[in-house]
Design a protein around this ligand. Structure first.
Ligand code: ASP
Ligand code: MG
Length: 426
């Protein structure tokens, strides 16, 4: 008998029918003899709809009240799920984040979990109940207010519960059936991964893969939680996300796993490129520029600086598209102080990243990437690397074709096309 934490995303509890389907899955797990703790998201697009409502009554809703409002979405689904389970003849009890002991800092809208004290959950489990917890929310002890963890925060709730309760596995259910070598909507020959390491998953998520939230994976890595990402709509096994030294449960069952050098190819259209042209090539200019950009609140991803022949140089960097306007405005305001010649904004770029822990120990991984791109006649505008990732910035129009070529070059193509359900990973 195991303790299993299950998380169901918004698309899995979108209506009464879906909630009953989830109830059945939870009860099946209970029938198999396991203790079950469930974290739920708000039904369907509830969170977005509540946000729209808030914006209709106030241009800038008060953060405290916004959290009161948004946290109500998960209360609806938790209570309905408990009722659905009752009607199948099983005992279930729902808890809000604060009842569940989800203690956070006081940052409304982006609170971080600082402690989990699941006393009431333990009591309920000891009494034989299935435990249901509202995802995405917590409680701050100083302000005594309800907080939310940021969009997609229910993944983090589930992982934090799994850590605090010492669960055997944290199953994250959504409308996609695992982690793929690439986004199947871009690369139909993508294959489902049997497993991926937490560090690979973090790089994939940070570079455009949307199935799991970065914060949840970070939490899992820090606390040694085993994640199993799988689909609510099928009984197929999904993908295990393994922390350091963690044993793949399927290997324990006797399966032999080959370790690929490259785990996957991620694509990202969400960034824009800013070029600061004609910067005086003297010490301190990069510091000035990136201090200005940081003050604008923009989060810089890649940076390149060209060589200077003329005593002036160009510095290009990428930021999320949503941050570009603020960064440009701040830079323009200090053009004279910095002494650059002009600014260029380019939001037609795409980023392709190849991720794999095997890069540490294998040579030639980057050569394969560059050869594939060159054979496809695709121009590279920027390059950056980490220990287990190589990213290139390309024309946005080239990104899908480039990703397919590169996916093939690393031998990641499956035999058949994936049937893509309109999954969002939520
Ligand atoms: N309901 C919240 C959101 O839509 C939290 C979640 O789904 O994980 O962001
Ligand atoms: Mg949601």
């Amino acid at each position: 008998m195991a303790l299993i934490v299950q998380k169901y995303g918004g698309s899995s509890v979108a209506d009464a029918e879906s909630i009953k389907r989830v109830a059945k899955r939870v009860v099946d797990t209970r029938r198999a003899g396991h203790d079950v703790v469930v974290a739920v998201s708000a039904m369907g697009d509830t969170t977005d709809e509540l946000l729209d409502l808030a914006n209709e009554v106030a241009p800038i809703p008060a953060p405290r009240e916004l959290d009161m409002l948004l946290s109500s979405g998960e209360r609806i689904s938790m209570a309905l799920l408990a009722m659905a389970i009752h009607s199948m003849g099983f005992e279930a009890r729902s808890f809000t984040g604060s009842q569940a002991g989800m203690i956070t800092d006081s940052q409304h809208g982006a609170a971080r979990i600082v402690d989990v004290t699941p006393v009431r959950l333990r009591e309920a489990l000891d009494e034989g109940a299935i435990v249901i917890v509202a995802g995405f929310q917590g409680f701050n002890r100083d302000t005594r207010d309800i907080t939310t963890l940021g969009r997609g925060g229910s993944d983090t709730t589930a992982v934090a519960l799994a850590a605090a309760l010492g669960a055997d596995v944290c199953e994250i259910y959504s409308d996609v059936d695992g982690i793929y070598t690439a986004d199947p909507r871009v690369i139909p020959k993508a294959q489902k991964l049997d497993h991926v390491s937490t560090e690979e998953m973090l790089e994939l998520a940070a570079n455009g893969a949307k199935v799991l939230y970065i914060r949840a994976v970070e939490y899992a890595r820090r606390h040694g939680v085993l994640i199993h990402a799988r689909s609510t709509f099928s009984s197929a096994e999904g993908t295990y996300v393994l922390g350091e030294g963690m044993k793949n449960p399927r290997e324990a069952e006797g399966a032999v796993m080959e370790e690929p050098i490259v785990a996957g190819v991620a694509t990202d259209f969400s960034h824009a490129k800013i070029t600061v042209a004609g910067v005086p090539d003297v010490p301190g200019k990069a510091a000035e520029i990136f201090k200005i950009v940081a003050r604008s609140g923009a989060n810089v991803d890649m940076i390149v600086q060209n060589v200077s022949a003329t005593g002036r140089t160009d510095i290009s960097f990428t930021v999320p598209k949503a941050d570009a306007a603020a960064a440009l405005k701040s830079l323009a305001a200090e053009q004279n102080e910095v002494g650059f010649q002009n600014l260029v904004h380019d939001d037609q770029i795409g980023k392709l990243s190849v991720v794999g822990a095997g890069m540490r120990t294998h040579s030639g991984v980057s050569a394969t990437l560059f050869e594939a791109l060159s054979a496809g006649g695709i121009n590279i505008e920027m390059i950056s690397t980490s220990e287990i990732r190589i990213s290139v910035v390309l024309r946005g129009d080239d990104l899908a074709e480039a990703a397919r070529t590169v996916h093939t070059a690393y031998g990641l193509d499956g035999d058949t096309d994936v049937t893509v359900h309109a999954g969002t990973g939520r």
